[in-house]
Design a protein around this ligand. Structure first.
Ligand code: PLP
Length: 392
């Protein structure tokens, strides 16, 4: 395959490069056992092994595997024992799943404008904010607000990132959530995890995710007299096996991204009209981020890269103030629940009606890095990116 082809294929999730029958020992083990339900295995289930491993790797006290990142967010939110209609402050720039999880929990999202790094700006939060979701988008670690009782870090796009103080992203607040969807750092197609350092929060999440049960492995669910209603977010052994396999490659993957990022920092153009945005040491280097002087130049760069078969993306899709679910307060409930619980006032916090953020998004361009390439190929790839940008 030509280098251009491989670069163009970067829309494949990074972890997919490791999906290989010669490397699927965990999955073979699960199939050999013939038990795909985590609470019916003979010994320790693959799901608990995964959770144990993830908790250790991320320095978290507890981890719980679920079907996807959205369920992880739902669990984190509902485990805070909110009142229906309570406000949750969420980033104005993030995937709509965050707002969906808040609404599905009977809570109301309030869009908080971004700082220069496009992360939620904690300076805009009211002093009495109780629930805040921050999202470390595209590997970029954003600020984690202080003094808020329930901060949920959405790390769907930043598995392996570290905060400036060295802690792993996802462990600084009340809970951290992760996704293994196709487009994330590691993948099992779908998959999610929630981590927390709070024993009681973990017990509540574990109960809710299994019909309210405090299940004892190997036995029919044991119903606690003080159980709460729940749903079924219990993961499957097959998925947990693939996630365990994926986790084995996390460090190599992160190192491959770091290596290509270092090459790019040396090689990329310093040309007028274009700023390469530096990334922090703890960020996961999933992409090079560029900011152009104008939207026209940015769009020309998109066209140039795309014509050369080089993958790239922009971040406009994450601009929630223009998302129809939020602008139209849309809901499948006949009475508009949960929007119906709050008056029509715009549920937003911004100094300028999101004008600056809109402008930053319009001028931003991301070019993914390719951890699986050899160093010589990474150098060639960076040169190809440089040529495309020089030609704009
Ligand atoms: C992908 C994503 C989610 C949702 O994860 P799923 O596993 O797809 O449900 C949530 N937040 C962000 C920032 C995401 O990128």
């Amino acid at each position: 395959m030509t280098l251009d082809k491989r670069l163009g294929q970067r829309f494949l999730p990074y972890g997919a490069n490791y999906l290989d029958w010669s490397d699927m020992t965990e999955l073979r083990e699960v199939i050999d056992q013939r038990v795909l339900f985590r609470y019916q295995t003979e010994g320790e289930s693959m799901a608990s092994r995964l959770e144990r491993h993830v908790a250790r790797r991320l320095g978290a006290r507890h981890a719980l595997a679920v079907h996807n990142g959205t369920e992880a967010l739902r669990l984190a939110l509902v485990s805070t024992r909110p009142r229906v209609g309570d406000l949750v402050f969420v980033p104005a720039v993030t995937f709509v799943a965050v707002a969906g999880a808040v609404l599905a929990s009977g809570l109301i999202p309030v869009l908080v404008d971004a700082d220069e790094s496009l992360s939620l700006d904690p300076a805009l939060l009211p002093p009495d904010a109780r629930r805040v979701v921050v999202a470390h988008m595209e590997g970029t670690v954003g600020p984690v607000p202080e003094g808020v009782p329930f901060v949920i870090e959405d790390c769907a796009q930043s598995l392996g990132a570290r905060l400036p103080d060295g802690r792993h992203a996802g462990t600084a607040g009340y809970a951290g959530t992760f996704s293994f969807h196709h487009n994330k750092v590691l993948t099992s197609g779908e998959g999610g995890l929630v981590v927390t350092g709070d024993d009681e929060a973990w017990a509540r999440m574990r109960g809710y995710h299994d019909h309210g049960s405090a299940r004892v492995p190997g036995r029919y669910p044991t119903w606690d007299q003080d159980a709460h209603f729940g749903e079924n977010f219990v993961t499957s052994e097959g998925v947990a096996a693939i996630q365990s396999q994926q986790f084995r490659h996390l460090d190599a993957l992160l190192a491959g991204l770091e290596r290509m990022y270092a090459i790019a920092v040396e090689e990329l153009p310093d040309r007028p009209g274009l700023e390469a945005l530096p990334r922090a040491a703890g960020d996961v280097k999933v992409s090079l981020r560029f900011r152009w002087e104008s939207r026209e130049l940015r769009d020309a760069a998109v066209a140039g890269l795309t014509a050369r078969g080089i993958a790239n993306w922009t971040l406009g899709k994450y601009f929630l103030p223009e998302h129809p679910v939020l602008t139209g307060r849309r809901s499948l409930y006949a009475d508009g629940f949960p929007w119906s619980l709050v008056p029509d006032a715009p549920l937003v916090l911004s100094r300028d009606g999101f004008a600056r953020t809109r402008d930053l998004l319009d001028r931003t361009l991301c070019v993914p890095l390719s951890p699986e390439l050899s160093e010589p190929d990474q150098i060639l790839a960076v040169k190809a990116i440089r040529q495309a940008l020089d030609a704009v």
